[in-house]
Ligand binder design. Structure first.
Ligand code: CUA
Length: 336
């Protein structure tokens, strides 16, 4: 292959690959380039600015190389001159990198703002390998405890109060805001403002051992009225079983040791080690964003949690008969 053909093949491959990369990242519920919130929009702008700058500089360098080697080899000494090297090798990087650094500092300061006391605050606690979520309502002392899912009112800034119980995790909801570390013994803050109603996906962004990759969550953004109504329902204790089948499920939950780790408000189960299950049936996903949430997946999770999410802290409970497992799963699914 001649050098010219090699060069054009390489350039076409690079261009195609770059285009694919860009297109693949633009969509979906977990994309920093498909922003649905104010913070993510600013970050996406910074990303595009940096990408455009990188393309311009890349094309300039390749253009110089092509010109000096292919078009006018006699011009080569010009590219080796002191002024060209000082201008392109020292002055240009200093100017470009200083401008970018300043811009990112200003952006970082804007994104680190905090809110007044009247704002909604949500404590999110990272744990191996799930999220505790506590809604602190202005003017009310009792938090509303939930897990593995975030509900957000559209158009209202919300302050997340982030921490961790065991190791460092990182809260990342790419379509809405930048990521923020969750550190044991320390509080960090992140203000979110969702602009579009919808379902967004988040992911733990700091390796936290074992099933780190299976530590995700969904965020549901809805109109402020719907959010307020949901929060009232979420604050209430669990519904009593509506029939004898669900009653059997509840009794199995209470007599099999589930309550040692899980709380269901309104029942004697008050464990603190695992997610609060008071309204588990109303969530989109199970096992921290890993499974869709229905009777079948709940039964599968109870019977074989270690196969679905290896090394997570819930043992596989293969002690139940099929009928018992169905009753237990139906009871949990009924807790909306
Ligand atoms: Cu939690 Cu990675």
């Amino acid at each position: 292959m001649t050098r010219g053909r090699w060069f054009s093949t390489w350039a076409a491959a690079a261009l195609g690959g770059g285009l694919l990369f860009v297109l693949a990242g633009c969509e979906g519920s977990q994309s920093a380039l498909g922003p649905g919130g104010a913070g993510a929009r600013e970050l996406a702008r910074l990303w595009w600015l940096m990408a455009a700058g990188a393309v311009v500089i890349f094309l300039f360098v390749i253009g110089c190389a092509a010109y000096a080697t292919r078009v006018a080899p006699r011009a080569r000494p010009d590219f080796a001159g002191t002024w060209f090297i000082l201008g392109g090798g020292v002055a240009l990087p200093v100017v470009v990198l200083s401008a970018l650094l300043t811009y990112s500092f200003v952006l970082g300061r804007d994104l680190s703002r905090m809110l007044g006391p009247e704002a909604l605050r949500i404590e999110v606690v990272g744990a191996q390998w799930w999220w505790e979520v506590r809604y602190l309502r202005p003017g009310r002392s009792e938090p509303v405890v939930s897990a593995n899912e975030l509900r957000l009112p559209v158009g209202e800034p919300v302050e997340l109060v982030l921490s961790a119980t065991d190791v460092i995790h990182s809260f990342w909801l790419p379509s809405i805001a930048g990521k923020r570390d969750m550190i044991p013994g320390q509080i960090t803050y992140l203000v979110l403002e969702v602009e579009e109603p919808g379902i967004y996906r988040g992911q733990c962004a700091e390796y936290c051992g074992g099933p780190h990759a299976l530590m995700a969550f969904y965020a549901l953004a809805e109109a402020p009225d719907d959010f307020a109504a949901w929060l009232e329902r979420e604050a209430a204790p669990a519904a009593a079983p509506a029939n004898s089948f669900l009653e059997e499920g509840r009794d199995l939950f209470l007599t099999s040791g589930c309550g040692a780790c899980h709380t269901i408000r309104g029942t004697p189960a008050d464990g603190q080690l695992g997610p609060d299950l008071t309204h588990v049936g109303g969530r989109l996903s199970l096992a921290a964003g890993i499974l869709p949430n229905n009777v079948g997946t709940i039964a599968g999770w109870i019977a074989d949690a270690q196969h679905i999410k290896p090394a997570n802290k819930m043992p596989s409970f293969n002690i139940f008969s099929g009928a018992e497992l169905r009753a237990l799963a139906a009871y949990l699914a009924s807790l909306e």
